[in-house]
Design a protein around this ligand. Sequence first.
Ligand code: XIL
Length: 300
Amino acid sequence: AGSLGAAAAQSGRYFGTAVAASKLGNSTYSTVLDREFNMVTAENEMKWDTVEPSRGSFNFGPGDQIMSHTQAHGQRMRGHTLVWHSQLPGWVSSIGDAGTLRSVMDNHITQTMSHYKGKIYAWDVVNEAFADGGSGAHRSSVFQNVLGDGFIEEAFRTARTADPAAKLCYNDYNIENWSDAKTQGVYRMVRDFKSRGVPIDCVGFQSHFSSSGPPASFQTTLSNFAALGVDVQITELDIAQAPATAYANTVQACLNVARCTGITVWGIRDSDSWRTGENPLLFDNNGNSKAAYSSVLSTL
Ligand code: XIL
């Protein structure tokens, strides 16, 4: 196959990228986007600070720009993200009353998902709720601190009602290594949700890797989560210096797991990456493919 998207489709998977609405008018950018990718995640445009900058006042303009581009080019979209401690407006993080915060969170989920109803393949309903390090517990956030452990379940239940056709994902970073306490904490949550019928369909592994690439246990992690009865996806892949072998190993881990349904890289050209100076992507600043691109394409 001649593109990442077509190559991934040979095994029923997708290959996606993060997109910034402000770059869609750049022809180098949009040419590579539309040639190579069949799934899109809005890099920032569907986050809370953009979508609901003040209470009850919704701005879907930038997200809609990306959505219309994808609809015109036959690409699907992941929704990113509904409940996250970061890129969260101050009016939310300063709420101290549980009843108020619960209705604000549920309303944000409902309004956002209703706006895009039927048009989103999967939503990252909750992003990065677990702490780094050895605790295996939730991180501190206004949601955790005011609503308690149950906020994640509440978010997923609300999301299912808002758009029953969208897959509902939990998304996080540093959960790729099976033996890490953070990985185990997320695993226990997913196992608990599945056993109690809390709606969850997928787990996103951000996969922001150092130049050494994925941990040796990455495929084991993907398959252990999949065995709980959820799909898994690589959602924000970038690897410092983009070593071809590290990229191939990452892609191969997904291909080896039947329920790993797709891979998304976090940007197109190195100059589009949030990891400034690390050149972690598949295309150089001119939009030319790098060695890692050929490696990914031939692995798919
Ligand atoms: C990053 C974007 O790439 C940047 O443009 C923005 O300034 C900060 O957020 N985990 C996530 C993504 O889930 O939303 C983050 O994206 C990268 C880390």
